[in-house]
Design a binder for this molecule. Structure first.
Ligand code: FES
Ligand code: FES
Length: 171
């Protein structure tokens, strides 16, 4: 099948890739760009493991074709992770036992990254709403919710304000 060229921005870096029209964005990020932090579980939009940020919104990377990402600005788990150490979300997940096998964790981090970028002090129900599309087979979710609540409490204490965009900052 003829490949097509796609130009996009990934984690603040302009990239080009040649992809078959049938290739999902998640597969392209993993296979063409080597960004294997984006996980693939169900591959049909149910589990949320493949969640990335596309033009400021959380998107299931398995449900979007790579060719649809022409001109898009994308943030993956690699872009939401500091070069050294953990983001505050990642550190809280570790502190509050919000992961076991870790397979769902990149998707969890990305929806929380999006939530806290726009709403630094979400309510408990806003946290649960943000996480409601993400499946975890290990934790029972409470540790994940507790981690997010701890980040929100820290933001309230520090009077953290929303970011101008959720795209161009690392945690
Ligand atoms: S792999 Fe995309 S939603 Fe499950
Ligand atoms: S930690 Fe194993 S699926 Fe969530």
């Amino acid at each position: 099948m003829n490949k097509r060229r796609v130009d996009l921005t990934v984690n603040n870096r302009a990239v080009s890739m040649m992809v078959e029209p049938r290739l999902s964005l998640a597969d392209a990020l993993r296979g063409e760009l080597g960004l294997t932090g984006t996980h693939l579980g169900c591959e049909h939009g149910v589990c949320g493991a493949c969640t990335i940020i596309v033009d400021s919104d959380p998107v299931r990377g398995c449900l979007m074709l790579a060719v649809q990402a022409e001109g898009a600005e994308i943030v993956t788990i690699e872009g939401a992770t500091p070069v050294v150490g953990l983001s505050e979300i990642q550190a809280a997940l570790r502190e509050f036992h919000g992961l076991q096998c870790g397979f769902c964790t990149p998707g969890m981090v990305m929806v929380l990254h999006h939530l806290f970028s726009n709403n630094p002090v979400p309510s408990d129900s806003e946290i649960r709403e943000a996480l409601s599309g993400q499946l975890c087979r290990c934790t029972g979710y409470q540790g994940i919710v507790n981690a997010a609540k701890a980040v929100a409490a820290r933001h309230m204490h520090q009077n953290v304000q929303p970011r101008e965009t959720s795209q161009d900052h690392r945690e």
